[in-house]
Design a protein. Structure first.
Length: 205
């Protein structure tokens, strides 16, 4: 569920007023993650690497208050739950957008991930969750990527994480992940905390 809130009554009051007037309020930061643990878990357990990573993203975002906020038509909204958006290839050769409700229970999240992406792939239709704050994700598996900067259209204002293929370094596996966020919703401190929480979630999965 979502509700409109007055920015002036939140900790975002000053930055909301400042950055809503900016023609380009999006910020992109990049961090190199140690993903060795989820890489090994995926290989040994037969679990999709992307499913594990998206669950870790949801777990990290669930601890950041600003991830439950969203801007639409200049108004600020607050949600009471999260969903992780993933991109699924469909049967006609294109792609679909799919919102997977986040659950702290990995098995529940994994089932939803598989069921919803399969449905999107078969129907060739997007699956949206308008009652959840969305954490966007995208992956380019064809190559290793140092950084991805998403387009800014004024429509997709939610936090967005993107990555390419992971890299192996002897006994360690790393992955560069780009985080793009709307500065009216989040400052550098919150973005850094989100990235740190993500690394902790990956290590403790």
């Amino acid at each position: 569920m979502r509700q409109e809130i007055d920015p002036k009554e939140t900790s975002r009051a000053t930055t909301f007023e400042l950055w809503m007037k900016s023609p380009m309020p999006m910020v992109t930061v990049v961090k190199t993650f140690d993903v060795t643990r989820i890489y090994r878990k995926s290989k040994k357990g037969g679990i999709k690497f992307n499913t594990l990573l998206c669950w870790c993203i949801g777990k990290a975002a669930s601890k950041i208050e600003e991830c439950y906020l969203f801007i639409e038509n200049g108004k600020l909204y607050q949600y009471d739950r999260l969903a992780v958006n993933v991109i699924a290839n469909h049967s006609k050769g294109g792609i679909c957008s799919c919102d997977v409700p986040f659950s702290d229970d990995f098995d529940k999240f994994s089932r939803s991930y598989d069921e919803l992406t399969r449905k999107a792939s078969e129907t060739c239709q997007d699956i949206t969750d308008k009652e959840a704050a969305i954490i966007g994700t995208s992956v380019v598996l064809e190559t290793e990527i140092d950084c991805i900067v998403n387009q800014y259209t004024g429509i997709f204002n939610n936090p967005f994480l993107a990555w390419g293929r992971y890299r192996h370094h002897w006994w360690k596996t790393t992955l560069n992940i780009s985080l793009q966020f709307h500065h009216a919703l989040m400052d550098g401190a919150q973005a850094a905390r989100l990235l740190n929480e993500l690394q902790a979630a990956i290590r403790n999965v």
